[in-house]
Design a protein around this ligand. Structure first.
Ligand code: HEC
Length: 217
């Protein structure tokens, strides 16, 4: 009897030992979060790069490059815009003329495409500030470009704003070439004219018809 008791104890001890061994084996295989011995740390731990970290955003060489490199001209692009990004530059921009000839139908379709990609998320495809970022509340105070003050806004001022950004609107200088920016503005102007012609004709007065014919020129 004593011998049997002794065997039982040994069995219990063996059971414990084997459970411990299994646990250790599983632990050492399963715990892959931390490598055991790292002789090339760069391979085990990648260097974290926080893309939206404010320090990284400040360093224009690393991540987001809002402006093209100063003094460079992209092959085939127009000459640099001369006015500085300050309040005086904004005022003077009204004098800047559109260097492009009026767009033909194919170029206008391209300008519309560029507008829909770059601008419509805020300003909306109809220019009425009904883009998803605006209606969703992500970007407050988006300009409704169908309003009189923007219909009357000189093209140079629009170019200035698209080049440098303004308040909640960012710069498009590195996304769109100068030529593309002017194209987008011609598109905006053409849509604004369509809009004002349409609203004139709803007034159903004699002058409205005259207005829309003058606009067609
Ligand atoms: C992220 C949202 C956003 C996008 C995208 C955007 N805008 Fe704007 N835009 C704004 C906001 C907000 C304002 C109002 C700025 C202010 O006056 O405070 C504005 C203002 C303007 C104005 C009036 C500027 C003035 O001086 O009052 C024009 C013109 C304009 N945008 C054109 C464009 C064009 C063209 C594009 C595409 C290339 C574009 N925007 C893309 C948000 C945006």
């Amino acid at each position: 009897m004593k011998f049997i008791n002794y065997m039982k104890r040994i069995k219990i001890i063996l059971a414990f030992v084997s459970i411990t061994i299994v646990a250790i084996v599983f632990e050492s295989c399963g715990g892959k979060r931390e490598p055991n011995y790292t002789y090339m740390p760069d391979m085990a731990y990648s260097r974290a790069f926080e893309a939206y970290d404010s320090n990284n955003l400040k360093n224009e060489n690393i991540n987001y490059i809002p402006y093209p490199v100063e003094g460079t001209i992209r092959r085939g692009d127009l000459f640099p815009y001369p006015l500085p990004n300050d309040s005086n530059g904004y005022k003077m921009s009204a004098q800047i003329k559109d260097p492009l000839p009026p767009l033909d139908t194919i170029q206008m379709a391209e300008a519309q495409r560029l507008f829909n990609i770059n601008c419509a998320i805020c300003h909306g495809p109809k220019l009425d500030a009904q883009g998803p970022l605006s209606t969703g509340g992500k970007i407050p105070a988006v300009a409704n470009l169908t309003l009189k003050q923007y219909v009357e806004m000189p093209v140079g001022t629009m170019f200035h704003v698209v080049t440098y950004g303004k308040n909640n609107m960012g710069s498009y200088a590195s996304q769109l070439t100068r030529e593309q920016r002017w194209m987008v503005i011609q598109y905006v102007k053409s849509q604004q004219l369509k809009g004002s012609a349409a609203s004139d004709s709803t007034k159903s007065s004699g002058t409205a018809a005259k207005d829309s014919t003058t606009i067609k020129k």
